[in-house]
Design a protein around this ligand. Structure first.
Ligand code: FDA
Length: 308
């Protein structure tokens, strides 16, 4: 892993730095580039704008690693409120939600996470949309896949996420490439040890392509989450070669990252889903985005120092 990336990810876990950054008068513009805002209304407004541009959306209420039952409940309520908003605003056909199990109680008790995620799925079904379970660090992978299997017995449309940097992911891709199975493939965003993950970015890319081929050949619905121009081109070519027409898979990108590319792909007939995070707990998310790209860090630090 790039030393700057490790440093930023380490800083993200440091309480002093966390307080400093979270309370600094950072330009709203910096946070707003990657985060829709703090409220449901902000999230719905950004969703409307993206949908009007021909994009689809998955919304993430920010928050993770909850070890407090009341906080987990707050997160569930935020999702229920959001889903009601999507229905009210007629956006449910174009927007779904992404849920981190650690934000709904996974670390406290896996059963609680199943129950809470199930409540979100019930409301999503009533709303006419779907839920995807984000994937977190490798210590949670087995638990998350267990919860996924449990939820899918009632809601087969629940989406999974697999991370190409993990050694295990080719096998997981084969297991999940079944009829109706929605699978988001990403590179992976956490600092993982070499025993479980490829450290060399080139190895991660090769793994991504191997997993993508498995998903494209399978019976599920692949969702390719990457901004990497080379991978996007390879995926486009492989999909065509394997007879997957636009609409039989989708591209996904993060809000604020390569927005022109999102529109270009949509203009070519692809389904492009933008991952839109919102909520007051934007800090951890922002740090992971900064860790991915030194240029973003410079952008952020400049704004921090200019104290706009
Ligand atoms: P990579 O980081 O190698 O970047 C390739 C190129 O993309 C860069 O050279 C640059 O051109 C562009 N780019 C990438 N990041 C950029 C940035 N921050 N700013 C500007 N340009 C940038 N991870 C996870 O562990 N669990 C999850 O559940 C999810 N969910 C998820 C959903 C969606 C929709 C996306 C797009 C991503 C995730 N991720 C994730 C994050 C993912 O694992 C990964 O960390 C990021 O997508 C960055 O990896 P890339 O594939 O974009 O490649």
């Amino acid at each position: 892993m790039h030393p700057l990336r490790s440093l930023i990810l380490a800083a993200a876990g440091n309480d002093v730095i966390r307080r400093l950054v979270a309370t600094a008068p950072v330009s709203r513009d910096v946070v707003r580039r990657f985060v829709a805002g703090e409220t449901t209304a902000d999230a719905l407004a950004v969703t409307r704008r993206l949908v009007d541009q021909g994009l689809t959306v998955t919304l993430d209420y920010l928050g993770e690693d909850t070890t407090d039952k009341a906080l987990a409940e707050q997160t569930v309520q935020a999702y229920l409120d959001l889903l009601d908003g999507l229905r009210r605003e007629g956006l449910a056909k174009h927007a779904e939600v992404s849920v981190k199990l650690s934000a709904v109680g996974q670390a406290l008790d896996e059963r609680l996470a199943v129950e809470n995620a199930g409540r979100i799925c019930t409301r999503a079904e009533q709303t006419g949309t779907t839920v995807t379970l984000d994937m977190e660090d490798h210590s949670t992978t087995d638990s998350t896949l267990r919860v996924l299997a449990d939820l899918r017995t009632t809601w087969p449309w629940v989406g999974a996420v697999l991370q190409a940097y993990l050694h295990r992911t080719e096998l997981d891709s084969a297991r999940l490439a079944t009829d109706g199975s929605r699978v988001r493939l990403c590179k992976g965003a956490y600092a993982e040890p070499p025993e479980v993950a490829f450290a060399d970015p080139h190895q991660v890319d090769l793994s991504y392509v191997r997993c993508a081929n498995i998903l494209l050949r399978g019976d599920g619905f692949p969702m390719f989450a990457t901004h990497d121009p080379r991978l996007v081109e390879i995926l486009d070519t492989r999909a065509e070669a394997l007879g997957r027409k636009p609409g039989a898979f989708e591209f996904q990108m993060l809000y604020g990252i390569r927005p022109e590319e999102q529109l270009r792909l949509a203009g070519r007939g692809h389904t492009v889903r933008v991952y839109v995070p919102y909520g007051v707990q934007w800090y951890g998310y922002l740090m992971r985005r900064l860790a991915e790209r030194p240029a973003n860090t410079a952008f952020f630090l400049r704004a921090l120092l200019s104290r706009k």
